[in-house]
Design a protein around this ligand. Structure first.
Ligand SMILES: [Zn+2]
Length: 133
């Protein structure tokens, strides 16, 4: 079996990448993408294949995931806080209680990740037991 080289040049950014011991090194080498480019390009491709639950707001990547049955508080993203997602392409807005972030988009990827939504935290009114209002 021929040993493939540890190092290769990323076809996206031109940086030299070394993938020797990484568990998915072979995959990166096959795609000829460095770790960073693979992460962001995969994210973009996955977001394109899913209807709106992955989006960019103010230069930050987010995913609004399904709420598992019975999930609450710490098992949900942002501790279960509620957020409203207003999509810039005109799709209906939605509320999520299971929002996760992948962090800010680095400058070199900003062009690939324009904002696709506006994110607003929603403070839901809770009904106080026994109140008559
Ligand atoms: Zn790269």
């Amino acid at each position: 079996m021929t040993k493939l080289p540890d190092r290769f040049t990323c076809q996206h950014c031109g940086k030299e990448e070394r993938v020797g011991r990484w568990s998915h090194g072979a995959e990166l080498r096959e795609k000829r993408l460095c770790f960073n480019c693979d992460f962001y390009l995969s994210w973009r491709d996955e977001a394109a294949g899913r209807s709106g639950d992955m989006f960019v707001a103010e230069g930050t990547l987010y995913a609004a995931l399904e709420e598992p049955d019975g999930a609450h508080g710490s098992t949900l993203g942002f501790g279960g806080r509620s957020f409203r997602i207003d999509y810039l392409d005109g799709r209906p807005a939605r509320i999520t209680r299971n929002l996760w972030t992948q962090g800010a988009v680095p400058d070199e990827f900003k062009e690939l990740f324009p904002d696709t939504a506006v994110l607003t935290e929603v403070f839901l009114q809770t009904t106080v037991k026994g109140s008559k209002a």
